[in-house]
Design a protein around this ligand. Sequence first.
Ligand code: AMP
Ligand code: GLY
Length: 428
Amino acid sequence: MTETVLLVGGGGREHAIARAVADDCALYACASNRNPGIARLAERVETIGETDVDDIVAYADEVGATLAVVGPESALEAGVADALDDAGVYTFGPRQEDARIETDKAYQRRFMQENDVPGCPAFEVFDDVEAACDYIDAFDGDLAVKPAGLTGGKGVKVIGDQVDEAGAKAYLREEAYDRVVLEERLVGEEFTVQAFVANGDVRVTPAVQDHKRAYEGDEGPNTGGMGSYSDASLDLPFMTEGDYAAAVEVIEAVVDALPDYKGVLYGQFMLTTEGPKVVEFNARFGDPEAMNTLPVLRTPFLDVLTAARDGEPLPELHFDEQATVCKYAVPDGYPTDPVAGAKITVDEESVGNALLFYASVDAREDGIYTTTSRSFAVVGLGDTIEKAEAVADGALAAAGEGLRVRHDIGKHDLVRRRIDHMNELRGE
Ligand code: AMP
Ligand code: GLY
């Protein structure tokens, strides 16, 4: 039987998901924007908002979807997976309740504490801004200040890094969030491990390092992620195999405590001198990380989806032993004042051997327009990170006027700095 897969979401992550399944199924997609990459791979794309639960269910019913994959967290938070499941369309993505591991950072920390999930930093939850400010005054050391709800990865302020104590308090008072988490500032190098989860099974994928800061040299505000790299092995150059294994144990401990969890479970870790600590969990693929992972996944992703649905053991995963480097082109002014609605040209010819993933752009009759989010990404593959980087960087000529990139991601110097940083922290 040919599966009919509904894909929810229209970013770079979803273009990577579309590419991973399109040859093996009939693909239908919906998102608030019209992603030209997904449009090319799908039988049909519909403009439906990612949180428009009823319209998504009606579309799934109309096309006869036999499976669904949800890309963005906003859809999971809105209960899209619950509604599709309840309508008889198995959805690879957690139900609203389980997605709280991402959508509510206060819940997430308490969950870790109550279930003895390793790697939890010291934290306190506040529902009163002034009490949080008092805590900042009294605390001896640096804290990370986190709004409890979803902020597209842009809400966290780290004292001693992006802000000082006065700046953190001013930020809290200005934004007046209902609930904030204050937690111990973790120092080290960040990495991501994504796992496919269903029926209690966990299948892990290679570690990836994302680059949150907007500008080269890790300067500027946090973004959704400017680019990322993975190595030809499961770990990264600044990690040991033991560090990777410790991260996997954390993910397995989460799944033990959430036996009905299904979909991607994404662990964001800080590799500290005491091993990996949890920065956060996401209930979905990372964006950009999906663009590193899915192109090297040799096991058909559709086989993972059907096994999950049919209650079978998830297949063992095989990966091409290739490093990957992903770099995003973003609208000028992103993330603080992105120039949306600008017409851009993407010169597909100049992408060469790299993969091109369209992201939050809108394809209209007369061309491609920016939105407030990231526009497209290129991914280079190679035997080493350096070779993959050269392929990705060469492809960035495709980014014409009105777009900005971080050339430094995956370059030898930056990767070397990560290794030196960890060595220095470890006193080596
Ligand atoms: P999050 O939205 O929780 O992923 O946080 C966004 C970014 O803030 C992370 O990728 C980290 O760079 C930083 N961050 C979050 N929590 C901490 C922490 N406890 N210590 C240091 N940095 C953090
Ligand atoms: N790259 C970070 C995220 O997807 O949340």
